[in-house]
Design a protein around this ligand. Structure first.
Ligand code: PLP
Length: 464
């Protein structure tokens, strides 16, 4: 209708403010500042409507794994739209791209996981998780096993079920959440909450909170434990080495399903296809989305292990759950092409052997900056903790201020990093080249210097 008209940035911002309610946004604040309009992208770079070029250190929202500008995905979508733009997978129907994608995902998933339930997003995937674990225990003749244990500051999406499974206190407060039947244990966030314990001691302590919660609720009432391999939105929280092994020991003693939310870690982020493989976990369900299509189209799913899949299949009876867009043929065709690119160009190996070791060695140097209390990372995930005292891990007085200053300074320097409180986080496209990693780290150091200046902290003039 009006696509042929070229609007100025100011016009777009005015229309945006007049009509567009954004996700996770303070609109009063945004109205005063004006939105940044991102117009195009290529590789790891974005261009805004004023022509500024920005290195995207977040791969969009942790999703553009193969980078921007891959025409093969556009071609796959175009062809599929002409062939069959939509058909449902209800009523005993399927379409070729969805069937092929399910089978391709089963090939890269852990050996015991051979089925996929398709959704439209990560949040929907976790709604499916909630429905499916309860259906499973009903079929097993244990309908009292309904409670799901999640973690404080975990993130599993923004629908009612997703936000309830997650443990974001700000979301819970606004939504009168969690819904009944979902409880939370502490997170394995040593830097923020480890106190005087060593990371290894704290990892064991945090894992043992699961045992304590199972005892408190009663094993006969607990359906599942859900966790991200590495918490993403919570601040790239990498559990101490002792955490997952202790969780595995606890789960082995109890009859409880394990749900590993792979929405961020899936599709190569850690240098393995899935975070579960990085940590040697054996989940029953793995919600996926984001990197599944590299964000080119919205799509999610739940990869289902044999224990649950065979119970659903063998028992028979309809599972009254699904979405209009489950197995959407165009999204599936794009997902399939995305997987082919990841596989044929050996991008996951590239992350493991080259990009991740290089990024991790470079960002480790940022720990020398006077503002930085810790740098941590796995694969192409990284976090930088901003502190006022490196030795005591003490923060600046106003919580989140250093982080938001640093985020703005990054943007000013042509870099997108996100701030979670006073933790700077990064998750660049998996195809990022060494020279682009150098650029990311140089820009991050400069942003840290500018942040220090604004905070009145003295910095020596060295560069990494
Ligand atoms: C982003 C995210 C989700 C939610 O996915 P949406 O597509 O935004 O609904 C769920 N779990 C994790 C771990 C995520 O990072």
């Amino acid at each position: 209708m009006t696509t042929q008209i070229t609007y100025s940035t100011a016009q777009l911002q005015a229309m945006d403010h007049a009509h567009y309610l954004h996700p996770f946004t303070d609109h009063k604040d945004l109205g005063a500042k004006g939105t940044r309009i991102i117009e195009r992208a290529e590789g790891v770079y974005l261009w805004d409507s004023d022509g500024n070029k920005v290195l995207d250190g977040m791969a969009g929202l942790w999703c553009v794994n193969i980078g921007y500008g891959r025409t093969e995905l556009a071609d796959a979508a175009y062809k599929q739209m002409l062939e069959l733009p939509y058909y449902n997978s209800f009523f005993q129907c399927a379409n070729p791209p969805a069937v092929k994608l399910a089978s391709a995902i089963a090939q890269i998933a852990p050996e015991h996981m051979n089925h996929v339930f398709f959704t439209g997003s990560g949040s929907e995937s976790n709604d499916t998780v909630l429905r499916m674990v309860r259906r499973y225990w009903d079929l097993k003749g244990k309908p009292d096993k309904k409670t799901i244990i999640g973690r404080i500051n975990g993130y599993h999406g923004s629908t009612v079920a997703g936000a309830s499974l997650g443990g974001m206190s700000a979301m819970h407060e606004q939504g009168d959440l969690p819904i009944p039947g979902i409880v939370h244990i502490p997170q394995p966030y040593w830097f923020g909450e480890g106190g005087d314990m060593t990371p290894d001691e704290f990892g064991i302590w945090a894992a043992q909170q699961l045992e304590a919660k199972i005892q408190e609720v009663g094993e006969d009432k607990v359906a599942a434990f859900i966790a991200e391999p590495i918490q993403g939105a919570g601040g790239v929280i990498i559990p101490p080495d002792t955490y997952w092994p202790e969780i595995k020991r606890i789960l082995a003693r109890h009859e409880i399903l394990l749900v590993i939310d792979e929405v961020i870690c899936g599709f190569g982020r850690t240098g393995e296809w899935f975070g579960s493989q990085h940590y040697d976990l054996k989940p029953d369900l793995m919600p996926i989305a984001k990197g599944m299509t590299s964000g080119y189209l919205p799509m999610g799913g739940v990869i289902v292990g044999e224990r649950v899949a065979q119970t659903l299949i063998e028992h028979g009876g309809e599972f009254f759950h699904g979405y209009t867009y489950s197995g959407h043929p165009v999204a599936a065709a794009v997902g399939l092409k995305n997987l082919e690119i990841l596989r044929d160009e050996k991008i996951v190996d590239y992350v493991k052997e080259k990009a991740a070791p290089y990024l991790q060695s470079k960002i480790a140097q940022l720990a020398e900056h006077p503002l930085v209390g810790e740098v941590r990372g796995v694969g192409l995930l990284g976090a930088i903790e901003l502190v006022s005292n490196k030795a005591t891990r003490e923060r600046f007085a106003e919580k989140g201020m250093a982080g938001s200053i640093c985020r703005d300074m990054c943007v000013r320097n042509g870099l997108v990093m996100r701030a979670v409180g006073d933790t700077m986080i990064m998750s660049p496209p998996l195809i990022i080249k060494p020279a682009e990693i150098d650029e990311l780290v140089t820009k991050a150091w400069k942003a840290l210097d500018m942040t220090a200046e604004q905070l009145g902290v003295e910095v020596s003039p060295r560069q990494p």
